[in-house]
Design a protein around this ligand. Structure first.
Ligand SMILES: *Cc1c(COP(=O)(O)O)cnc(C)c1O
Length: 389
């Protein structure tokens, strides 16, 4: 490129180069396409639409890398469209901001992800949104809680930490008849073990941070919608908020998708082995794993899910307290202490302030995430931590 026949100064050449690598490269992976500015060939081509349906407009609305991830998640979940957002929590917050106004009422289960509850009690309360927690076992009884000003009902199945299953189709059917959209935090199911849209849900979010990422090295979220109407509702909210994601993170998530099937299969098997062993321990009063009959709502898991994942909780017997739980956790060697889950490393966490279980059971609860280690080694680690105390 030159403006006349005169050669360009080397400084200008740094910006306007003639270097063109060989076109036609094909590999098995999606390229990482970065860019804020998107170029138009002619001024007449300038696009002005967050949808980018026929041409790209601006990096904010996605590059081929981020859009491919959205298309792949939509394909997996059977969604009308999937938006990619910076994390699972931003997926939750953008749904609220798309549907709420001052004076609105929303319903969410008591077993919801902790920061989700903090969002409704913090920022949303400040903007005049009333959030009401409901019993996760409510099912069709949700009808009695819906008010004229109810704009959104959330499900999370199973619930965070306490693992209660929900009758999502019953809730969705009531909400449909009342014209209230239903959103679900479908992170546990990795978007594949529970068919949110097949069960009547309107909006399904995931923390891609967990199973899709799968290696504890990225934070991303997805918001999938069942219909064009919800797409038209969430799209502008997202565009106005300016929540953007890095194509580099999206390329890691795309890589994670390639092994999601084998990881989930192996994680399910290892988790059942470790949880089953814990069930036989004298120290353990309850094992909350959806595939176990005594998990609250187990029959719903059996009816609605095609598998189980890598997290579960145990509640230790009454002679345990928060201090004894902490000492037990510190004796574990393979289980690392940390938040989040869905990666390759086994993790352990306790929630001494957890109030939603009666008889002080919250302070005796330990949550495990099983990774890709050999389950027998994990069992031996648990055994030594119980027996050396
Ligand atoms: C981790 C998690 C989130 C939040 O995801 P981030 O990507 O960490 O923001 C939301 N919901 C559930 C159920 C989670 O476990």
């Amino acid at each position: 490129m030159s403006t006349s026949d005169k050669p360009l100064n080397w400084r200008t050449r740094l910006i306007h180069s003639n270097a063109k690598p060989l076109p036609g490269f094909q590999s098995l992976v999606t390229g990482v396409e970065r860019g804020s500015t998107v170029l138009f060939q002619r001024f007449a081509d300038v696009a002005d639409d967050w949808k980018q349906k026929t041409r790209y407009r601006y990096g904010q609305y996605g590059t081929p890398t981020t859009l491919e991830l959205g298309l792949r998640i939509a394909e997996l979940e059977g969604a009308h469209h999937t938006f990619i957002v910076p994390g699972g929590l931003s997926a939750i917050s953008v749904v609220y901001l798309a549907y709420c106004r001052t004076g609105a009422h929303v319903l969410l289960p008591r077993s919801a992800y902790g920061p989700h509850t903090e969002l409704v009690q913090g920022l949303l309360a400040r903007f005049g949104v009333t959030a009401e927690h409901y019993d996760p076992a409510i099912g069709a009884g949700i009808e009695g809680l819906i008010r004229p000003e109810t704009v959104l009902v959330w499900c999370e199945c199973p619930g965070s930490v306490t693992m209660e299953l929900q009758d999502v189709p019953a809730i969705a059917s009531v909400c449909r008849s009342r014209g209230v959209p239903v959103a679900i935090d479908n992170t546990y199911a990795a978007g594949v073990m529970f068919d949110a849209f097949g069960h009547g849900v309107d909006i399904s979010i995931q923390a891609l941070t967990k199973y899709v990422g799968g290696h504890s090295d990225l934070l991303l979220g997805s918001v999938s919608v069942a219909s064009e109407a919800h797409y038209e509702r969430i799209g502008p909210a997202l565009a106005q908020l300016g929540l953007v994601v890095s194509p580099d993170d999206c390329s890691l998530a795309l890589r994670g998708l390639m092994t999601l099937g084998v990881r989930l299969e192996r994680l399910e098997r290892s988790t059942l082995a470790v949880a089953g062993w814990l069930k036989g321990r004298p120290e353990v009063a309850e094992v909350r794993h959806p595939a176990f009959e005594d998990c609250p709502g187990h029959a719903l898991w059996k009816r609605d899910f095609t598998g189980s994942a890598s997290i579960f909780s145990v509640i230790l017997r009454e002679d345990w307290n928060a201090a004894r739980v902490a000492a037990f956790i510190d004796r574990l060697r393979l289980f690392r202490i940390g938040f989040s889950w869905g990666g390759v490393t086994s993790l352990v966490m306790a929630y001494p302030g957890l109030k939603r279980l009666d008889r002080g059971r919250g302070s005796r609860l330990v949550r495990f995430n099983i990774g890709l280690e050999e389950p027998q080694d994990l069992i031996e680690d648990l055994r030594q931590a119980f027996e050396s105390g």
